[in-house]
Ligand binder design. Structure first.
Ligand code: FCB
Length: 454
């Protein structure tokens, strides 16, 4: 029997466990130049020839800016506790500094109030990659001034929405912004310079810590945290060169972010590897980054395999891969959560993203996406296993509510549990969405039965 055939997976999560779905602004909103929105670095990057696999952009995306009410109804129909979304910084403050855009702020007011009336907790992310383009012209995240602009932005959003959101996440996946945006250049802003990438990583972390301090000083009641993309890094073989490579990659992916957050230090082996490419760090920066958090979000999709000699061929393990070519490796999530719990004094953890891209077929209005359901179910089991072994977990969120603009892959890769027909903008819940809804219903029924002693 595959996991998804059992609706409740035989699991009972704690009554206050938060189940959610996630999206991000650039990937769904569209309305790229509407109501005074400024351009983001992703608006510009989409105009670079061949940057996006299908030459697409985020101009319309899922048209969520106009269809938000319908989308909130969809979210509510799933019976989730929370919706994780991000604010487009250039929509609310078009050039990243100076004038705020009332119409943009109003949109997020509508969204947050719309969630609350539907009984869904808003989990707001400040930075899911769409930096105002204007800030990029003065160096973007490589420029230390951007750190201060980000703190202003965090405070501005708190002024408007801080009384109604359940949680505020500073950044989504600093590793991706720094490395894919500035070292390999496959994501916006498309730079290829290791020293810049590491300076960007440092400024992202610094802005996270300073924003937390500023928000707390304003009496922020929402839970505060950051979201990291983490994976176990396994050596391809036991050869010393592979072991060394895995150690370094673990340093660059996981310890580079976890150590400053929880140990006020960057990992020494990575600093040595970087040499002259190591970032400039000012006195007090590391203390700021280690400002205590209320939660830590983890985005998990697959493990990583390190091989010194040649790039790792994902098919070598014989496991299934998703349409992204990512190996399906649910036990890596248990391994990762246990490791974080053992190695660091972590606050409660969330899986803030987990899901799979698969080739869907819409037949007679139905999408039988059994692979996606199986993927999600197996990762929920992996979370339960980590909890059984003592990890403090507060929530799990599926990536993604909707099929959407999957960055450099454009619209070709579909992660949604709800299908989007981009021509008509028709939304159709896939079988995975119905499974998730039923699973959550069963969880709630068990929860209620336990509460009434039935
Ligand atoms: C993560 C991103 C998210 C989505 C998934 C598939 O890295 O945070 O926006 O693209 O990958």
């Amino acid at each position: 029997m595959t996991a998804f055939e059992s609706t409740d997976l035989g699991l009972q999560f704690p009554p206050d466990f938060i189940w959610g779905v996630a999206t991000s602004s650039f990937q769904i909103e569209g309305a790229a130049v509407e109501d005074g929105k400024g351009r983001s670095i992703w608006d510009s990057f989409c105009r670079v020839p061949d940057a996006i696999a299908d030459q697409s952009d985020g101009d319309i995306a899922c048209d969520h800016y106009h269809r938000w009410a319908e989308d909130l109804n969809l979210i509510a129909s799933l019976g989730v506790d929370a919706y994780r979304f991000s604010v487009s910084w250039p929509r609310v403050r078009p050039t990243g500094a100076g004038r705020w855009n009332e119409k943009g702020l109003d949109f997020y007011e509508r969204l947050v109030d719309g969630l609350l009336v539907r009984g869904v907790k808003p989990y707001l992310t400040l930075n899911h990659w769409d930096l105002p383009d204007e800030l990029q012209s003065s160096g973007g995240w490589a420029n230390r001034d951007t750190v201060h602009r980000f703190v202003e932005y965090a405070l501005g959003m708190h002024d408007r929405l801080g009384d109604r959101v359940a949680a505020i996440t500073t950044h989504n996946e600093p590793w991706v912004m720094a490395m894919l945006g500035h070292e390999t250049g496959v994501f916006a802003p498309g730079l290829k310079d290791r020293a810049i990438a590491m300076q960007v990583a440092h400024h992202l972390m610094l802005s996270h810590g300073l924003a937390l301090q500023a928000l707390r000083a304003q009496g922020c009641k929402a839970k505060l945290g950051i979201v990291l993309n983490l994976s176990p890094v396994h050596p391809a073989t036991d050869a010393p060169a592979d072991l060394a490579k895995a150690q370094l990659e673990d340093g660059r992916l996981l310890r580079w972010y976890m150590d400053p957050l929880f140990k006020s230090a960057y990992p020494q082996d990575v600093i040595e590897f970087l040499g002259l490419d190591a970032p400039r760090i000012e006195v007090g920066d590391l203390q700021a980054i280690a400002t205590p958090m209320d939660f830590l979000g983890i985005n998990y999709y697959s493990r990583s395999v390190a091989s010194a000699a040649e790039p790792w061929d994902v098919h070598r393990s014989g496991r299934e891969v998703t349409d992204m070519g990512w190996e399906i490796y649910p036990e890596g999530l248990t391994e990762l959560l246990l490791r974080l719990h053992q190695d660091y004094p972590v606050p409660p953890l969330y899986v803030t993203e987990n899901g799979g891209a698969f080739k869907d077929q819409l037949i007679n209005g139905r999408i039988r996406d059994t692979q996606r359901t199986d993927y999600i179910a197996r990762h929920i089991v992996a979370v339960a296993e980590a909890m059984r072994q003592g990890v403090r977990m507060e929530g799990y969120m599926v990536w993604s509510l909707l099929d959407n603009f999957e960055w450099a892959s454009g619209y070709e890769k579909r992660f949604g549990i709800v299908h989007v027909d981009y021509a008509s903008q028709l939304r159709t819940p896939k079988d995975s969405a119905l499974w998730y809804r039923d699973f959550l219903q069963r969880q709630r029924a068990q929860r209620d039965a336990a509460a009434t002693g039935a």
